[in-house]
Design a protein around this ligand. Structure first.
Ligand code: IMP
Ligand code: MG
Length: 180
């Protein structure tokens, strides 16, 4: 099977294999399990992008925990819009809870720059961020990421939850845009 794929008008090539993702997610889950063993953390998956990573991360983390989701939107097509809209908010009280925010990718940092103060205002016991991917050279707002899967170059990527105009979230591996 060809490793180059077309989504809408763009071509993408295999970047991080299913196997590499799996190995890294298992390691992150084990690390979180060690640090949160007695804390009953609340995993907060950020929809839509983090739905697969959240599902795999919680299964790789064999401790008492809970899972919920927030839905925010900051991207259109290939670019961050610079504004963040909350489409689905917490359904439960997060006061005094240990939160682990689970993201697919930290790109400019805009999403968390806007989201973190609104979450902090609800007085959780702690907030940590777990992001499968991070683009260190794209960052505009410094964000401390506690658990990072992979640091990647500033290229547009899809698959394993990440989309290009809503397509390609179901790919089990991560693909990057072929430039030019
Ligand atoms: P930020 O707010 O700029 O950090 O961007 C975060 C959000 O933009 C992520 O949660 C993704 O949903 C989306 N995003 C950023 N980079 C990419 C990419 O390379 N491919 C697909 N979505 C991306
Ligand atoms: Mg996202």
């Amino acid at each position: 099977m060809s490793k180059t794929i077309q989504i809408h008008d763009k071509y993408f090539e295999l970047f991080i294999s299913e196997e590499k993702i799996k190995t890294r997610v298992q390691a992150l889950g084990a690390e979180i399990a060690q640090q949160y063993a007695d804390k009953n953390p609340l995993f907060v998956g950020i929809l839509n992008g983090a739905f697969l990573f959240t599902a795999d991360l919680v299964r790789a983390c064999p401790i008492k925990s809970e899972v919920t989701f927030l839905k925010v939107q900051s991207y259109e097509g290939l670019k961050s819009t610079g504004t963040v809209t909350t489409l689905l908010d917490f359904q439960q009280d997060i006061k005094d809870r240990h939160l682990i925010l689970v993201e697919d990718i930290i790109d400019t940092g805009t999403t968390f720059f806007h989201l973190l103060p609104t979450i902090q205002a609800k007085h959780p016991a702690s907030i940590a961020i777990a992001s499968l991917l991070r683009k260190p050279t794209a960052i505009k707002h410094p964000i401390t990421v506690d658990f990072v899967g992979f640091d990647i170059p500033n290229k547009f990527v899809i698959g394993y939850g990440l989309d290009y105009n809503e397509q390609a979230r179901n790919l089990p591996a991560i693909y990057k845009l072929i430039d030019g």
